[in-house]
Design a protein around this ligand. Structure first.
Ligand code: SF4
Length: 369
């Protein structure tokens, strides 16, 4: 039996069984496609489905996003993680408006020059919106193609990744550019739904007929695994100061590093440094109230967060903490906050409102430092 071409099998399968009806599939507007592609990096579709409409409702076009304060963008991104994506998104919108007159470039090579748009994302936008015959090669598609092609070179080496890009490009339906959106979506869907990291569903795969990994009987052996990076651990001491009116002291994090650009409780590497700041900065006495720690897992790092809290702090912005200020709940709710910090503040605000609603005689006494 002669097999149809790789591309036609992908396209036919996508039409029959691939994902359809996702909000970003309803439009060839590069702004909407770009936004969905950035959100979908390292984030599940189910999560993006919650964030995407909210983001679009506030920023319906690239101009509104470019003009927005970065804090508002980070606020709407809160909970999606990988915040450098949100900062690049904002920068990219500004470049599109300032340099390209508010219109996205129409080819992958130009799109790739924009902030935060890598080669695969550029190809996705160009193929979905402008039918350019260029291949994507995100993590899922790498897995699909290395298995189908039996490509067993080490992908931690740039020259091998380049070679895979070249092989990927030879599979694109160059003769039928109008099928590019469905071809690209088909690759994405096969990588996510069929050629999964563990137990790929080869029996349901339209590429099984000439798949080398399937023929070998060990499809999971590919792609070649890189050595896993050793996990690291680190502890951060968080200075949690609350004013009597409910305002919390938050400090903007440096642009680079963990939670870059987000607002956070002031963080210190040691308990001594934290107490020194509390004592010198506000004349507080005592050790503060140590809250239960939480371990926050980042990609290669287990971060133990240990807040130490003082209430009844006198008002006034601390001069010695750069970028720190007081924020009432209505203000910090709109800021970009790391997810665990937001949860802590929300829990605290909730218990505070319960406390205020209780009859005076039943209220617990405030902790005095
Ligand atoms: S046949 Fe199996 S291993 Fe090969 S591409 Fe399909 S799902 Fe992946």
């Amino acid at each position: 039996m002669t097999l149809a071409s790789f591309a036609s099998r992908v396209v036919e399968w996508q039409q029959r069984e691939g994902r359809s009806g996702l909000p970003w599939q309803q439009s060839a507007d590069p702004y909407r496609v770009w936004l969905s592609e950035i959100m979908l990096q390292q984030t599940q579709v189910a999560t993006v489905l919650r964030y995407y409409p909210r983001f679009l409702a506030r920023f319906p076009d690239v101009q509104s996003l470019a003009e927005a304060p970065i804090d508002e963008v980070l606020g709407l991104w809160s909970g999606l993680g990988y915040y450098s994506r949100a900062r690049s998104l904002h920068r990219c919108a500004q470049v599109v408006c300032a340099v390209h007159g508010g219109r996205f470039p129409t080819c992958a090579a130009e799109l790739e020059r924009l902030p935060g748009i890598g080669r695969s994302t550029a190809a996705a936008i160009a193929s979905f919106c402008f039918h350019e015959p260029v291949s994507i090669l995100d993590g899922n598609v790498r897995r699909l193609l290395t298995r189908h092609l039996g490509f067993d070179a080490d992908l931690s080496k740039a020259r091998n990744v380049d070679a895979l890009w070249q092989r990927a490009q030879t599979l694109v339906p160059i003769e039928e550019p109008t099928s590019m959106p469905r071809y690209t979506q088909g690759l994405m869907d096969l990588g996510a739904m069929i050629c999964t990291p563990r137990r790929p569903r080869c029996a349901a795969c339209p590429l099984a007929g000439d798949c080398r990994a399937y023929a070998s009987g060990e499809p999971e052996r590919l792609p070649m695994r890189r050595l896993a990076l050793a996990r690291q651990s680190r502890q951060l001491w968080l200075l949690w100061l609350e004013r009597p009116d409910g305002a919390t002291l938050l400090q903007r994090r440096p642009a680079r590093g963990i939670w870059g650009g987000l607002h956070c409780l002031p963080a210190f590497d040691s308990l001594d440094a934290l107490r020194d700041a509390a004592h010198r900065g506000w004349g507080l006495t005592g050790a503060g109230q140590t809250e239960s720690p939480r371990v926050h897992r980042l990609t290669h790092l287990d971060l133990t967060l240990q807040p130490v809290r003082w209430c009844l702090v006198p008002p006034g912005a601390p001069q010695f903490l750069d970028g720190a200020d007081w924020y009432l709940p209505a203000q910090w709710e709109r800021l970009g906050l790391p997810a665990p910090i937001r949860v802590w503040l929300q829990d605290s605000a909730r218990s505070r409102s319960v406390d205020l609603a209780m009859p005076h005689e039943r209220r617990p006494a405030a902790a005095i430092p």
